[in-house]
Ligand binder design. Sequence first.
Ligand SMILES: C[S@@+](CC[C@H](N)C(=O)[O-])C[C@H]1O[C@@H](n2cnc3c(N)ncnc32)[C@H](O)[C@@H]1O
Ligand SMILES: Nc1nc2[nH]cc(C(=O)O)c2c(=O)[nH]1
Ligand code: SF4
Ligand SMILES: [Mg+2]
Length: 210
Amino acid sequence: MLSKEVQLEVNKGMMLPLMEEFYTIQGEGYHTGTAAYFIRIGGCDVGCHWCDVKESWNAELHPPTGIDLIVANASKYSKTIVITGGEPLMWDMTLLTQKLKDKNLNVHIETSGAYPLSGTWDWICLSPKKNKLPTDTIYDNAHELKVIIHNKHDFIFAEEQAEKVNPNAILFLQPEWSKNDEMTPLIVEYVMKKPKWRVSLQTHKYLNIP
Ligand SMILES: C[S@@+](CC[C@H](N)C(=O)[O-])C[C@H]1O[C@@H](n2cnc3c(N)ncnc32)[C@H](O)[C@@H]1O
Ligand SMILES: Nc1nc2[nH]cc(C(=O)O)c2c(=O)[nH]1
Ligand code: SF4
Ligand SMILES: [Mg+2]
């Protein structure tokens, strides 16, 4: 149980349950191959059965950390900061992103969009989930749509989501890692047939980096 004082700071977004931070290469989507500092915030109740960071789900396992400390640390490593989780939009991102922007950093988010959009973002990667669909506002604001393909039905879901997202969003299909061998050839075939889509691979897993 958090003390009342800490809980109040978390509610304001002055403290956040920090799981891990690491400087790496963005492995997925539009910015693949570029250096970025990742901040992984704990807490997610979307429940994707194939999620590759289930350790992030329980926010109580991750210590509430002051955002000034998070920002001071991040700014030492990179001009581009990726906020991920867990589901970062479960928390109020307003102050964290404001403080990162004050340092002239590029601020990106990886989100399912299942919670209301907060914060100021240079790049929003929306990865919608069937279990808990995105809110309306994030479809209008996403820069990329990255749909995970775990089975054939996910192509239908991807098309439904592409209908909802703003017309400037760049569209990606990414194989679910445990079904990589099965789904990647289907994605390749699909993208050649419907070239509005692009392939996204989890390249950090091939590179053996975080
Ligand atoms: C772990 S999630 C955290 C951010 C947010 N909760 C979300 O789902 O977008 C980061 C990215 O990894 C993707 N992802 C998670 N597990 C995956 C898996 N097994 N295979 C492929 N992509 C996966 C998600 O769809 C998302 O795009
Ligand atoms: N290298 C690397 N790139 C990523 N892109 C999105 C990630 C995430 O877990 O949000 C991720 C990650 O965990 N590592
Ligand atoms: S929404 Fe993201 S963090 Fe949450 S379970 Fe799904 S992939 Fe994992
Ligand atoms: Mg990851």
